[in-house]
Design a protein around this ligand. Sequence first.
Ligand code: GLP
Length: 235
Amino acid sequence: MKKIVCKNYDEMSKEGAKIIAEQIAKKPDSVLGLATGSTPIGLYKCLRDDNVDFSKVSTYNLDEYYPISKTNDQSYQYFMDDNLFNHVTVKSMDIPNGEAKDAQAECRRYDEAIENAGGIDLQLLGLGPNGHIGFNEPDDQLSVGTHLVELTQSTIDANARFFASADEVPRHALTLGMGGIMKAKKILVVANGKGKADVVKKMFSGVIDTHVPATLLQLHNDVTVIVDEEANSAE
Ligand code: GLP
């Protein structure tokens, strides 16, 4: 795993956007795995400002709350529209459908769609403060495929800042599984702030632990982790 340490959030965002732009320049019809959360907002802004050409790119998002309406301003569909799709033209985009009646069928559809697209060329990831990636929460066992997950209290608390109150945070989500993430040809992780420092340290520890799902990325052979100085500050 390669680690790039940047001075601050803005540099981390620029560096991350550069890697995505290079991927698209090299393969204009790339299949990108995209992420939400506060961390990649600056990176999406850089891609918009640099007028990166997404016209042949297909995108698949990591996760979505369940159930949630696409028009809810806390849905990941809304986040992606706001941060990227309302500003750039992509060939196609797909996000697990938080409105699906049958969650299991939606998970199967999602895995098949990614496989039919030829798999993900570059997967962008943020880190949950508890070490989750997507919504693969710390547990004794982790799932391979896209699945319905019950959010942990720590994730509900961490994400409550975006909702009117913690009570409004959905208790479930649909997420790409660890297999779906690990099958991506390249993985790009962005992390900033002290709150991510412990997880970043564990990601480079040489130990994998299902209770810190991000540590499994050590089994992948093409991972770049871009951190700011604070996220790199754990002793
Ligand atoms: C959510 C998403 C994750 C994301 C995490 C980190 O829980 N499901 O994919 O990485 O938030 O959020 P932030 O970037 O706001 O710290």
